[in-house]
Design a protein around this ligand. Structure first.
Ligand SMILES: [Mg+2]
Length: 406
């Protein structure tokens, strides 16, 4: 059996732990640079779409008295760590799936409600939990639980009861379907998770293997238990505070994104086989990107930066005003233990440098030490403090910002 734990409105909940006055207020959290809304308290979800730019909903925000918060990732990632550490004590196997979600092997020693109470007591974060025989069903149970009392256990139910629940889950909310495939299914009169589950065998053959897997999982037959749970790609991107014209500034910004991805890859023990760099002038037709395949899978920051620097000249056009730049790494795979490679010494050397850089940054704060290629003109420097007008203190990670109790 498997359980999925999902933190409710995670960023908003993390803000509320340290500022209880927000508890009964409508709260929205903004993206870095305060541009878009990336998290909302439950009450305003129907009126404020996810990801919407703030300027588009100013009136609605005012009308509902919404408290705005700049994103505080130091706080969120530390709270995430605490939630995961608490969950890890309750299960033999924990798979952290995202910053606010984790799959747990479910021995049935605790009730879902007990897990909810433990996480809430130890971290202050409210969670939803779904338990079922497959990951897809557990995820469905969690989605449904969010609209009920935050816990739903399929394991004790007969199939007819489970089906009744699946009838209430829109097909677009099924894990692996999502909002992109949902319209496609709706034109075929498949509206709910139940419709998908009961699709006749003959019709299923028309669909790709990924959809067939989802259907099997909805039927209680596990398919991806042992499949790697790592992401397919990682992206680092940011808008410039002011337009950038200069090639060296673009290059520095892209290298800085590359270095950031190197850290993320090493943390996740993944390597990338391809890398894409992109810049944008802010207009629809003004997005330029170029990609290359890495000679071998890597998470070595120096290799990523090397590839990026080769791509910059293909990407840059003099005279354009750039508003945004970013890097994406793709074709990710888990780090392989290297044994028989002739370049082993060189690889080992790279590994040592990266480990040292990571250790220094871990000790002295994120990006205390950087690669020279990341340092360009001020405008291109993505390590500069973003605009964060409404950021709460980093209560749990910076001594000076500890919560004061008076
Ligand atoms: Mg969540």
């Amino acid at each position: 059996m498997i359980a999925l734990v999902d933190c409710n409105n995670f960023f908003v909940s993390a803000e509320r732990v340290f500022d209880p006055s927000l508890k009964h207020k409508s709260v929205a959290v903004l993206s870095s640079n305060d541009g878009c809304i990336i998290a909302r308290s439950n009450d305003i979800k129907p009126v404020i779409p996810m990801g919407v730019p703030v300027f588009k909903v100013r009136d609605t925000l005012k009308q509902h008295g919404v408290v705005l918060k700049s994103s505080n990732f130091a706080l969120y990632s530390d709270m995430s760590r605490r939630v995961m550490a608490t969950l890890a004590r309750l299960t033999p196997q924990l798979d952290a799936y995202s910053i606010d979600e984790a799959f747990l092997e479910w021995p049935g020693t605790y009730t879902p409600e007990a897990v909810r109470q433990t996480v809430h007591r130890d971290t202050g974060i409210p969670i939803s939990i779904g338990v079922a025989s497959t990951r897809t069903l557990a995820k469905a149970a969690t989605e449904l639980a969010k609209h009920g009392n935050n816990a739903l256990d399929f394991t004790g139910m007969n199939e007819a009861d489970i089906d009744q629940h699946l009838c209430r889950l829109p097909v677009g909310e099924v894990w692996g379907v999502g909002s992109k495939l949902a319209p496609f299914f709706r034109t075929r009169r498949i509206f709910t998770a139940y419709d998908l589950k009961t699709l006749p065998e003959g019709m299923r053959r028309q669909y790709p293997i990924t959809v067939c897997r989802v259907i099997s999982e909805l039927r209680g037959q596990p398919t991806d238990h042992h499949a790697p749970l790592h992401p397919k790609s990682m992206i680092s991107t940011r808008s410039f505070d002011q337009p950038v014209y200069d090639q060296s500034a673009i290059s520095a910004a892209l290298c800085s994104h590359g270095a950031h991805l190197g850290i993320k890859l090493r943390k996740a023990q993944l390597t990338a086989s391809s890398i894409e760099a992109f810049v944008s002038t802010g207009k629809k037709e003004g997005r330029y990107s170029t990609a290359c395949t890495l000679s071998m899978p890597t998470n070595d920051t120096r290799k990523l930066i090397q590839a990026i620097k080769m791509m910059v000249s293909r990407l840059y056009t003099p005279g354009l005003s750039y508003k945004k730049a970013g890097v994406m790494v793709a074709r990710l795979s888990p780090v392989q233990q290297l044994t028989l490679d002739s370049n082993e010494a060189a690889l080992h050397h790279g590994e040592k440098i990266n480990t040292a850089v990571d250790a220094i940054n871990q000790k002295w704060g994120a990006r205390a030490i950087r690669f020279a290629d990341e340092v360009g003109s001020k405008e291109g420097n993505i390590s500069a403090t973003p605009q964060q007008t409404f950021r709460s203190p980093r209560y749990t990670t910076v001594w000076k910002e500890l919560k004061k109790v008076t």
